[in-house]
Design a protein around this ligand. Structure first.
Ligand SMILES: NC(=O)C1=CN([C@@H]2O[C@H](COP(=O)(O)OP(=O)(O)OC[C@H]3O[C@@H](n4cnc5c(N)ncnc54)[C@H](OP(=O)(O)O)[C@@H]3O)[C@@H](O)[C@H]2O)C=CC1
Ligand SMILES: CC(=O)N[C@@H](CCC(=O)OP(=O)(O)O)C(=O)O
Length: 311
């Protein structure tokens, strides 16, 4: 029998992309609310408690409310795409490549990683764990995202009539909601200096961690960092660690990019290995949100982990 899945916030950017990835999957049957019902508390409570799986694609406060609407004995297992539960007790961090697929498979409460943290943690967490990068370095993260990363509101700002925005730097209060997640999940002593920005393209992101290797205590050489990442992700089909032989001289995001659930990692360095740039390229709506949610759902439901994903 198919597992029932309710996407709360299913009319939003992340929710629609999850439904897209579940289209035609016989293992799952979507529980749907119509437009008049989708924000009605009673209708949501009933769908949340009926479904085998609830995927929350809501603003943080609404995600907390949704969890409170689920009865303890309903048996509903939850994947939350918002920031609300990423560092909360009792929640598993839905990054199978970092926490282990079995940990996600057996969980009842899974918090989907943030889009920027997905890039940052994929690069830094395994290297800090392996003690090839220090845990007390004040890391920086420079990142650009497609505007779909800001949901319907930001899409409207970029696509609305008369919009003329080409680039948007933000997070200027140095208090972005992803800081705790990046610090705690990488096991760092300090939160990174995070410089996010948005470009006039719908989807895709580049997340970069510059490393002044020569000035750092306890940092391995760039080729050792690359080798460790390649070893670490050897059996992770969604992650590709690129090699210098590929001779990559530029990284592009495309305005009309197709949905994509992979994660590309690069270690660039100067010839002497004095400075390096760790770079992750991903789709904010793919491995950064909807693709990651479907990956966790697959694991939790005991399906092929890559089913419905575009790697
Ligand atoms: N977009 C992205 O790339 C990523 C998003 N996320 C996270 O996923 C979550 C959803 O984001 P996103 O899809 O981009 O946002 P959107 O704004 O595109 O969609 C949010 C949806 O939630 C609905 N909604 C809001 N409040 C309620 C409520 N109380 N009850 C029921 N439905 C409600 C909205 O309704 P209405 O349509 O009426 O506005 C909308 O359909 C957020 O927490 C976001 O941070 C995480 C990673 C990446
Ligand atoms: C471009 C843009 O606005 N991006 C969002 C982050 C993407 C998102 O909403 O995801 P999380 O749930 O992981 O926070 C932001 O900076 O708030």
């Amino acid at each position: 029998m198919a597992h029932t899945v309710f996407i709360d916030g299913g009319a939003g950017t992340t929710g629609l992309e999850i439904a897209d990835r579940l289209e035609g999957r016989e293992e799952f049957e979507l529980v749907r609310l119509n437009d008049a019902e989708r924000k009605d508390e009673d209708c949501r409570r009933s769908a949340l408690n009926f479904a085998d799986f609830a995927i929350l694609c809501l603003p943080d406060d609404a995600a907390r409310e949704a969890v409170a609407l689920i009865d303890k004995d309903s048996g509903t297992r939850v994947i939350d795409a918002s920031t609300a539960h990423r560092t909360a007790k009792g929640w598993i961090y839905g990054f199978p490549e970092l926490v282990g697929p079995n940990v996600v498979s057996g969980a009842d409460r899974v918090s989907n990683p943030g889009c920027y943290p997905t890039g940052f943690l994929a690069l830094v967490a395994p290297l800090v764990r392996a003690k090839l990068l220090p845990n007390d370095w004040p890391y920086s993260v420079n990142a650009v995202s497609g505007y779909s990363g800001g949901g319907k509101g930001l899409i409207q700002r970029f696509e609305g009539e008369g919009s003329d925005i080409a680039f948007r730097a933000y997070g200027l209060g140095l208090d972005h909601k992803h800081l705790d997640e990046m610090k705690s999940k990488a096991g760092l002593k300090h939160a990174p200096v995070f410089a996010p920005s948005v470009i006039a393209g719908f989807r895709g992101m580049v997340v970069e961690v510059p490393l002044p290797i020569e000035a750092m205590r306890n940092s391995a050489r760039p080729e050792e960092l690359r080798e460790e990442l390649a070893r670490y992700y050897e059996n992770a089909p969604l992650v590709t660690v690129h090699q210098p032989e590929e001779d990559v001289s530029e990284l592009l995001l495309h305005k009309n990019a197709e949905p994509w659930d992979g994660l590309d990692l690069y270690v660039f360095a100067d010839k002497e290995g004095h400075t390096a740039r760790l770079i992750a390229v991903l789709d904010n709506l793919g491995k950064g949100a909807s693709g990651a949610a479907v990956q966790s759902l697959n694991l939790m439901a005991g399906c092929d982990p890559l089913a419905g994903l575009r790697a």
